[in-house]
Design a protein around this ligand. Structure first.
Ligand SMILES: C[S@@+](CC[C@H](N)C(=O)[O-])C[C@H]1O[C@@H](n2cnc3c(N)ncnc32)[C@H](O)[C@@H]1O
Length: 373
């Protein structure tokens, strides 16, 4: 019996008719890897970048056991777990961080190519350094999201690279023979305005300060409500943690909480916070929205909202974050937000958080402060 792909869903990530849980690239990766997956032993298959579980659960359906899985977004991990209950496969895989334990001794790696070349470099470094010398990496994506630079990143870590024909606008790169000089992934580092930024591959803006984030930081007043251990300032969707770190550096007694759905962001934020010596006052957690924060518990939240869901650009993400900020703020608490001016988020903020004042606006970015109802 073939695997029931139609059972897969994206929840708790956003669901809509044009946002799919499985696509032609997933099916091509599975088809192109079928021969090398046949006969694998327990624990020899690794899956990286599976969006909602299609690769993992179909491979389990076809016989794989003790599959090690890494997905960057915590929503992907949650969707995989829920899909495993609905479509079968629970107990046959483990979710792990992007460390050597994920890939040690692996014989086959199924990889959904990330959008970022730095993220691909980190993943390829890890596989080349720690997988079995015979490992076969079957890496695929939608042709429109693939570039020849991806081949170069893989060629720099593997001596053999084969490129499949395109099928349904998807393609697979198969890498073999990891190079002997492979090394662990190295985060990128830079000093920006006196602050050290540490970035693992794929994190928003890399080791740089985004122009919108810079505007938000410049606009924040000196005095902010909260900032105590019971009511820490929240850097919502923190990326490298540049906002949390900047707040902690500027206010030597303040407590800050930073969170992001992305494992690469959380690793980067932890490293950034540590590099600036503020780790004791800034906690960093992986979280979908602000799920781990209580209702009406916070006085101040800073947010530069996302507009990508995987490779899809969408304006449906930000309202979910605004609504959760509204839930977590106490009445009168402040959401400081920077957004792309053409997006016209002000009425959305008014509806989901409360009265919203424009603090500054230029053709590219707008900064607003919303007071929770
Ligand atoms: C535009 S970036 C901002 C990063 C950082 N605050 C900065 O200004 O450099 C948006 C961030 O939102 C995160 N994100 C996306 N969806 C999320 C969700 N559901 N919950 C938490 N964070 C999310 C992304 O991983 C990304 O790091």
């Amino acid at each position: 019996m073939s695997f029931a792909f139609e059972r897969l869903r994206r929840r708790p990530d956003i669901e809509a008719p044009d946002l799919v849980a499985v696509d032609a690239a997933d099916r091509l990766i599975l088809d192109e890897s079928a021969a090398v997956r046949a006969g694998l032993g327990a624990g020899e298959l690794v899956v990286i970048g599976d969006a909602y579980g299609a690769l993992t659960l179909a491979a389990v359906h076809e016989g794989a056991t003790d599959v090690r899985v890494h997905q960057d977004a915590v929503t992907g991990e949650l969707a995989l777990a829920a899909n495993a209950v609905a479509a079968g496969g629970a107990g046959a895989f483990r979710s792990l961080p992007l460390t050597a334990e994920l890939v040690r001794g692996a014989r086959v790696v199924l990889l959904r190519l990330p959008r970022s070349l730095d993220a691909l470099a980190d993943i390829a470094d890890l596989i080349a350094a720690h997988a079995h010398p015979d490992v076969v990496v079957v890496a695929g994506g939608r042709v429109k999201h693939m570039t020849l630079s991806m081949n170069e990143v893989l060629r720099a870590r593997f001596d053999r690279l084969d490129v499949s024909h395109a099928r349904q606008k998807s393609r697979v790169l198969t890498a073999r023979a990891p190079r002997a000089d492979a090394r662990d992934p190295q985060p990128r580092r830079a000093v920006v305005d006196g602050l050290t930024v540490v970035a693992y591959g794929g994190v928003f803006a890399g080791a740089r300060l985004d122009v919108g984030t810079r505007l938000l930081l410049r606009t924040l007043p000196e005095e902010l409500p909260g900032g105590t251990p019971d009511d820490p300032w929240i850097d919502f969707a923190c990326g490298t943690g540049i906002v949390a770190t900047s707040l902690a550096l500027g206010h030597p007694d303040a407590a800050v909480h930073a969170s992001d759905t992305s494992a690469a962001a959380v690793a980067s934020a932890r490293a950034t916070v540590a590099a600036n010596g503020v780790g004791a006052r800034v906690s960093v957690v992986q979280d979908d929205l602000l799920t781990t924060r209580l209702d009406a518990s916070a006085s101040f939240i800073a947010l530069n909202p996302p507009f990508h869901s995987g490779a899809a650009v969408t304006d449906r993400l930000a309202p979910r974050l605004f609504a959760d900020a509204g839930r977590v703020l106490r009445p009168g608490g402040e959401l400081w937000c920077v957004w792309n001016s053409p997006l016209e988020y002000r009425p959305v903020l008014e509806r989901l958080v409360g009265p919203t004042r424009q603090v500054t606006r230029n053709p590219k970015f707008t900064v607003t402060v919303s007071l929770a109802r």
